[in-house]
Design a protein around this ligand. Structure first.
Ligand code: NAD
Ligand code: LMR
Length: 332
């Protein structure tokens, strides 16, 4: 390798980061891992799942980007090894919905999966940024937080619920109404990640003129967009490919933040916004930095329509959060 090539390589390595995907062989995990393999900020990709990761890792490892990909299984302390030295952990592990189910119906299965993975992260990579995809996100993020608290390593700035799918859906759906380029549409989505807890702030988009039945239909489509995919997949799961794109975007933002870029986007975090009402977690625009959450932004000026949506969202959110907290207390 020439001197110049060596310099170029080492400067890439200096700026790059180690990422782990837990649940990497699943419907989201595989395309998400592919997108992370293509991300130049990633130098090392650890893929962990109950099965299948050696094959996924071998497959991805042939892609000529600089990152090294390794697959891990539960045997031989695979989870611990997968987490050693990682700075970003993305968790899509867990079962998806079938038609007729709510995300909350997944709680009984996914709560213990997320709790156990969180224990391992708290023990081996307590300083990592943790991006939780597994549903119900409104409850699984509090579960991760409670586990970290129980291990004495909780840093509220480093645990995130991934709500980016609601954001990207909103861009697409609003562009379909306005016949615009979806890549130029930005909609802030706040609250949580299920049904009525998903609150798109259309009044703050480029199209505050959307009103009446059109606004009702758009809001409903954003809140229940996940159901469209669940229904179309007809028992074979929920959104995986759009979620992989959303998860890779969010993980990409965390990696940029680690490099010192100030990135601002919605995510579900330990939030001061409604703590006085007993709602510990809330999604709103958050500025990210090298230490994680740098600033949680307020919701800005809401329309009366959005104010009502927020009031409805808060009721479910409070229950969802408490359910996660109670679960860890009863099942440590
Ligand atoms: P999937 O069944 O295709 O994949 C899940 C993977 O998790 C499987 O490979 C499984 O082996 C693995 N897994 C299960 N238990 C594990 C454990 N203890 N350790 C490691 N891996 C484990 O499901 P999917 O379609 O990839 O969805 C995964 C989760 O993501 C679901 O809970 C789904 O509801 C959720 N989801 C969230 C969003 C969001 O916007 N946040 C979007 C879509 C799906
Ligand atoms: C989504 O929004 O697509 C995901 O949360 C998966 C689901 O269950 O709808």
């Amino acid at each position: 390798m020439s001197f110049i090539a060596r310099r170029a390589f080492s400067s890439t390595a200096y700026n790059a980061h180690k990422v782990a995907v837990l649940g990497a062989a699943g419907g989201i995990g595989q395309p998400l891992s592919l997108l992370l393999k293509l991300n130049k900020d990633v130098t090392s990709l650890s893929l962990y799942d109950l099965r299948g990761t050696p094959g996924v890792a071998a497959d991805l490892s042939h892609i000529p980007t600089n990152s090294v990909v390794k697959g891990f299984l539960p045997d031989n302390e695979g989870l611990k090894k997968a987490l050693e030295g990682v700075e970003v952990v993305v968790i899509p592990a867990g079962v998806p919905r079938k038609p007729g189910m709510t995300r909350d119906d997944l709680f009984n299965t996914n709560a213990s999966i997320v709790r156990d993975l969180a224990k391992a992260v708290a023990e081996t990579a307590p300083k990592a940024f943790v991006a939780v995809i597994a549903n119900p996100v409104n409850s699984t993020v509090p579960i991760v937080a409670e586990v970290f608290k129980s291990k004495g390593v909780y840093d509220p700035k480093r645990i995130f619920g991934v709500t980016t799918l609601d954001v990207i859906r909103s861009s697409r759906f609003i562009s379909e109404i306005k016949d615009t380029d979806p890549t130029t549409e930005t909609v802030t989505v706040v609250g949580g990640h299920s049904g009525h807890t998903i609150v798109p702030l259309i009044s703050q988009s480029s199209h505050p003129d959307i009103s009446g039945e059109t606004l009702d239909a758009l809001t409903h489509r954003i809140q229940f967009g996940g159901d469209e995919v669940v229904k179309a997949k007809d028992g074979a799961g929920s959104a995986t490919l759009s979620m992989a794109e959303a998860g890779a975007r969010f993980a990409g933002s965390l990696l940029k933040a680690l490099k010192g870029e100030a990135i601002t986007e919605p995510t579900y975090v330990d939030s001061p916004l409604y703590k006085s009402e007993g709602i510990e977690f809330f999604s709103s625009k958050v500025t990210l930095g090298p230490e994680g959450v740098k600033e949680v932004h307020g919701l800005g000026k809401l329309s009366p329509y959005e104010e009502k949506l927020i009031e409805v969202a808060k009721v479910d959110l409070k229950k969802n959060i408490q359910k996660g907290v109670d679960f860890v207390a009863a099942n440590p």
